[in-house]
Write a protein of this length. Structure first.
Length: 179
């Protein structure tokens, strides 16, 4: 997992819960990195999982809810870091249906070692989209947060329903209907 995902995560934890919480979750986790991350580095996903799980234990907020809020923050980072990529799109459904074949393809060019999910478009119309998410990382709520923000970015909104295909969350169907 790319370092930027860790640095932005810890910044948000500091913002919302204070620097003591950052220190606490780092101490409670077994991290090869010792909790020291650079934006361009690459670290084990298991480190993110431990940080999330410890934050969840300490705050009583589920890891899914934490990932949802984190994704909403991460979208603003993407807006600032990759304005050109976002400017390619005029419509949220067009953008979301292009993650697999365009957006994440570009991400792979920038970060060849990025670990990205698969998004398979099952059905698409002007105002609706059904996509299948597949990833061993089961970060579907991170996807949900990014999708919510994608609609907001285009001054729009949508009803998004998640249907778990596998109970461990490694395969999830997103049913998206523009409001
Ligand atoms: C992960 C970039 C848009 C879904 C990531 C990662 C990067 C990235 C750098 C981390 C990879 C790693 O740590 O190795 C971008 C950029 C985008 C974009 C630059 C747009 C300009 C989106 C959108 C979605 C999305 C709109 C909506 C669903 C995900 C998910 C992950 C991810 C779910 C977590 C990894 C996983 O589930 O396996 N993306 N992304 N991305 N991205 Fe994107």
């Amino acid at each position: 997992m790319k370092g930027i995902v860790f640095t932005e995560f810890l910044d948000l934890v500091e913002d919302k819960f204070g620097i003591e919480m950052v220190d606490k979750i780092i101490e409670q986790s077994k991290l090869n990195s010792d909790g020291v991350y650079t934006a361009i580095g690459t670290y084990k996903f298991s480190e993110m999982l431990q940080l999330l799980e410890n934050l969840s234990k300490n705050t009583g907020i589920s890891t899914d809810d934490l990932l949802l809020v984190y994704a909403e923050h991460f979208f603003t980072v993407l807006e600032e870091s990759y304005p050109g990529l976002l400017a390619t799109y005029k419509d949220p459904i067009e953008m979301l249906s292009s993650i697999e074949d365009h957006i994440h393809v570009e991400v792979k060019k920038i970060y060849p070692d990025a670990e990205l999910p698969t998004f398979l478009v099952e059905e698409k119309s002007e105002n609706s989209l059904i996509m299948l998410y597949k990833s061993s990382r089961a970060m579907h709520h991170f996807g949900l947060g990014l999708m919510n923000k994608t609609f907001e970015h285009f001054n729009s909104s949508a009803k998004i329903v998640l249907e778990k295909i596998k109970s461990d969350g490694t395969e999830v169907r997103f049913i998206i209907n523009k409001n």
